[in-house]
Design a protein around this ligand. Structure first.
Ligand SMILES: Nc1ncnc2c1ncn2[C@@H]1O[C@H](COP(=O)(O)OP(=O)(O)OP(=O)(O)O)[C@@H](O)[C@H]1O
Ligand SMILES: [Mg+2]
Length: 302
């Protein structure tokens, strides 16, 4: 059977990053033996998990890093962001992340899950509704299949960064992502965030940490904030007061450039590289690397 390749179906040339980016990239450590793996989680919907993941992927590639995006959300938002909804909905389960959750598919060729995109350096393991049946509650009661995504990630030595986009709940897909990841990023909108909701997220990270000793909270990422709204300022202030260092300095404000770029299925870094949105995303991706102890050019020069 011919392996389905998403890139076959979109008939577009890969878009390379610019020469200027390549020059800048040389200063970054690429080609580590194992990738740095981040999962973006929050049980609250619409906080910008997929959007942040999508734009971060573009920003990392512009730094010369190779990125694998893994979609563990049955909604398949980020997959659709890269490939369009029609293509993604038609993908058979065996070429999507669902194959990793289904023990009938053990010992298969996992390369079939990795799809090229139009962007040099970004590959995607897509998801669609076929993943929904596996996203069950009480994931900690599952057997060794909990580790399947982790085992898959551990084999991906060709990437520098793995970004795992999770669904808006703390069920099996998010759990499995936390078992596979080194770092958790928690996107939070600065309004009505409810400490109770976040408490459940923190508890889930702690529980997953029992099985994955490498798992650490990188921090909360303030998303979709509107600096003109007092209420957003208030909630952001409160979040920073409550969680201190565990709130990233950089943030993803509500900007139309992010939306327009998604609508064009292109990370903002490539869609409008000079925009404020692209600049902020680059800053954020540097801070994330800094927080994982990767030396930045600024630090090295010091
Ligand atoms: N920083 C931003 N600026 C403008 N629009 C944004 C931003 N972040 C997210 N959005 C928009 O908000 C909506 C929800 O974003 P997104 O799908 O990324 O959230 P999510 O947390 O992944 O949602 P879900 O929980 O359903 O997976 C989308 O329409 C997206 O384009
Ligand atoms: Mg999403």
């Amino acid at each position: 059977m011919k392996t389905f390749n998403v890139s076959d179906s979109i008939h577009q040339q890969a878009i390379p990053h610019s020469d200027q980016d390549v020059t800048e990239n040389c200063q970054w450590q690429s080609g580590q033996q194992t990738p740095r793996t981040f999962c973006l989680i929050n049980q609250k919907g619409g906080v910008g998990k997929s959007s942040s993941c999508f734009h971060l992927a573009g920003a990392y590639v512009s730094l010369g890093l190779r990125v694998l995006v893994i979609d563990t959300d049955p909604q398949g938002s980020i997959s659709q962001g890269f490939f369009g909804s029609e293509t993604v909905e038609q993908l058979p389960a065996e070429v999507t992340v669902a194959a990793l959750f289904d023990d009938r598919w053990s010992f298969r060729d996992w390369n079939a899950l990795i799809h090229e995109t139009r962007f040099d350096g970004i590959h995607v393991c897509p998801a669609n509704q076929r993943l929904a049946e596996f996203n069950t509650p009480c994931p900690e009661e599952l057997g060794p299949i909990q580790y399947s995504l982790r085992e898959f990630v551990e084999e991906q030595a060709g990437y520098d960064i793995v970004l795992i986009d999770c669904p808006p709940n703390l069920y099996r897909c998010t759990w499995t992502a936390m078992i596979a990841a080194d770092w958790v990023i928690i996107p939070v909108t600065p309004e009505d965030f409810g400490t109770q909701g976040l408490r459940a997220v923190h508890q889930a990270v702690e529980n997953a940490g029992v099985l994955n000793r490498n798992l650490r909270r990188l921090g909360h990422l303030v998303t979709r904030s509107d600096g003109r709204l007092l209420i957003h300022k208030y909630y952001e202030h409160r979040l920073r007061k409550l969680h201190g260092e565990l709130v990233l300095d950089n943030f993803m404000p509500e900007l139309s450039a992010f939306k327009v770029a998604v609508a064009n299925r292109t990370p903002v870094q490539f869609h409008s590289p000079k925009s404020r949105a692209a600049r902020l995303t680059r800053s954020l991706c540097r801070e994330i690397l800094d927080r994982t102890d990767v030396k930045t050019p600024r630090r090295r020069a010091a």
